[in-house]
Design a binder for this molecule. Structure first.
Ligand code: AMP
Ligand code: GLY
Length: 423
């Protein structure tokens, strides 16, 4: 088979690596890809939002299956464009990717179908939102409705902060059109867990759990980022939590989407918070998490191409999804200054140290070729993942492997996976 992967980050590198394990696959392309993905795939210089060019490429190169890693093209309707041309593609159509694309939609869906989530109100008028805040309990959470690179959520401790937040989201349009509507919701406390799943429209198969570290600095300080590291499984995702979610969240979400005429095929990422009252949904994403994919996929036993095809064909009920009984930790190596201001173009040294080392992976998030070398090309540069028999061993291995890599301004958190000591 010939596979095209759409995207250019660590998640797409992990997908490309996993797809390359499949004996069915003879050729992988990635658009636009990066210098790490180039090890497994021929990188094609077409942007992820250039749907017509991507579809033309898929036709001309007789691609058997396209896998879309990123949220923007999914929410923008890439799957519909491919399907309209008779091309096989893994991911939700536009009318289903709205599960991630609109927080107002997903909150209304959860309310309608009784899926546990924080209490909330939706607003499309900033005046009404400001009035509502006058009587609301602090802290409170403001969410821009649309996609905002994972940055559209503001947690406000005081009324003044919250009012300022409404003004910046809805009036100053800090997140652009993503702020035309917004959700104001109850502040919850508890541990966060990411759960990824495969969905074929009817059946859902849960992957193993993971936990992300969103803040830039140690001790969960600093600004929110795209993710500074992950571990899998989460020791807080107990059997009881799993049973609760299976009964109240996972299948209910898939059935709700089908009942709304928005059959979901692809990956649903459940962002959960384990509150005193039980697990609640913080958010849905319509794709693999990044960097969650970098700890979940190395632990997956199945041929991922079989699973992708089962999702497209509606035969996921015939797949027995299996994960290794081990653990993985991913530490993101960023450029100092990320997520605000950072430099690019520094040579990355030491990548060869990963060659032939089982259980160690280096997934590229932002890299490119320059004069025969690989240089940094983003705020998040690499995700260094290591396996271990348990989380402690995986963490020690990952931090050991972090030392194998060097580039100017290299920065990483030193406490990825520290939470496991509290489990
Ligand atoms: P989201 O993009 O919706 O996952 O939100 C980003 C982050 O904001 C989450 O990972 C949480 O840490 C935090 N967050 C979102 N909603 C809430 C909430 N209702 N209560 C507390 N924290 C929240
Ligand atoms: N790691 C969070 C996300 O992919 O949205």
């Amino acid at each position: 088979m010939k596979i095209l992967i759409v995207g250019s980050g660590g998640r797409e590198h992990a997908i490309a690596w996993k797809v390359a394990q499949s004996p069915k696959v003879e050729k992988i392309y990635c658009a636009p890809g990066n210098a790490g993905i180039a090890e497994y795939a021929e990188c094609v210089d077409i942007g992820a939002m250039e749907f017509d060019r991507l579809a033309a490429f898929a036709r001309e190169n007789e691609i058997d299956l396209t896998v879309v890693g990123m949220d923007d093209p999914l929410v923008g309707g890439i799957v519909d464009v491919f399907e309209a041309q008779g091309l096989r593609v893994f991911g939700p159509r536009k009318n289903a990717a709205i599960l991630e694309g609109s927080k107002a939609f997903s909150k209304n869906l959860m309310k309608k179908y009784g899926i546990p989530t924080a209490a909330y109100e939706n607003f499309d008028d900033p005046k009404k939102a400001l009035e509502y805040l006058e009587h609301a309990k602090m802290p409170i959470v403001l969410k821009a409705d649309g996609l905002a690179l994972g940055k559209g959520v503001l947690i406000c401790n005081t009324l003044e902060e919250a009012k300022e937040g409404v003004r910046s989201i809805m009036m100053d349009k800090r997140f652009g059109d993503a702020g035309n509507q917004m959700v104001i919701e109850e502040f919850m406390t508890g541990r966060e867990v990411s759960v990824l799943s495969f969905v074929d429209g009817k059946t859902i198969r849960i992957m193993t759990s993971a936990q992300d570290h969103k803040r830039a600095l140690d001790g969960d300080q600093g600004l929110n980022t795209g993710g500074m590291g992950t571990f899998s499984p989460s020791p807080f995702y107990t059997k009881e939590v799993d049973e609760f979610c299976k009964e109240h969240i996972y299948q209910k979400t898939v059935d709700a989407m089908a009942a709304e005429g928005r059959e979901f095929k692809g990956v649903i990422f459940f962002g959960l918070m384990l509150t005193q009252e039980g697990p609640k949904v913080l958010e849905y994403n319509a794709r693999f998490g990044d960097p969650e994919a970098q700890v979940v996929l190395p632990r997956m036993k199945n041929d991922i191409v079989d699973v992708f095809e089962a999702c497209v064909d509606g035969t996921l009920d015939q797949i027995d999804l299996q994960f290794e009984d081990n653990a993985a930790v991913c530490v993101v190596l960023a450029s100092r200054g990320y997520p605000v201001k950072y430099e690019k173009g520094f040579e990355i040294r030491g990548l060869e140290n990963f060659k032939g080392k089982d259980g160690y992976y280096v997934f590229h998030a932002g890299s490119r070729f320059s004069d025969g070398k690989i240089v940094t090309n983003g705020g998040r540069v690499l995700g260094v993942t290591a396996l271990g028999k348990d989380l402690k061993e995986a963490r020690a291995n990952a931090y050991e492997a972090v030392k194998w890599i060097d580039f100017d301004n290299k920065y990483c958190r030193s406490d990825i996976g520290k939470a496991i000591d509290e489990a």
